[in-house]
Design a protein around this ligand. Structure first.
Ligand SMILES: [Zn+2]
Length: 125
């Protein structure tokens, strides 16, 4: 299978992996703190940092939950699986197929920046 030059992952997946990295980094920091327990302030510092990262990732997970509620569920035309879209353009969670909600962007090259163009012209009630 030929590898594509540009692989877009869906935003929800991106945020989810970000949260996962945060948890991993937090645990690593706390582990490093354990290794450095001879120097007490370093250990405390690493523990606090690790705890903060884990807390942050919890916040991110809650945020994903909120985003998922706002995301539009669609069935991917490429693989036929249900996926969720955030913003005007997003990629399918399963096959990374670029998807768009906007008819005028259909067929155009997928570009994340389409999302920011009209980010705030719709007033949320
Ligand atoms: Zn798909």
């Amino acid at each position: 299978m030929a590898e594509r030059n540009l692989v877009y992952s869906s935003k929800i997946n991106k945020i989810r992996s970000f949260a996962l990295i945060l948890i991993g980094a937090g645990i690593l920091l706390m582990y490093a703190g354990l290794l450095l327990k001879n120097t007490e302030w370093v250990m405390v510092l690493f523990f606090i940092l690790g705890l903060l990262m884990i807390l942050l990732s919890c916040v991110v997970y809650v945020w994903i939950g909120t985003l998922s509620l706002r995301a539009v569920p669609v069935v991917c035309p490429e693989c036929g699986k249900p996926t969720k879209m955030l913003g005007r353009v997003d990629a399918c969670m399963h096959c990374k197929q670029p998807l768009t909600m906007d008819k005028e962007l259909e067929g155009k090259e997928f570009d994340e920046k389409y999302n920011s163009n009209r980010k705030k012209d719709k007033s949320n009630s």
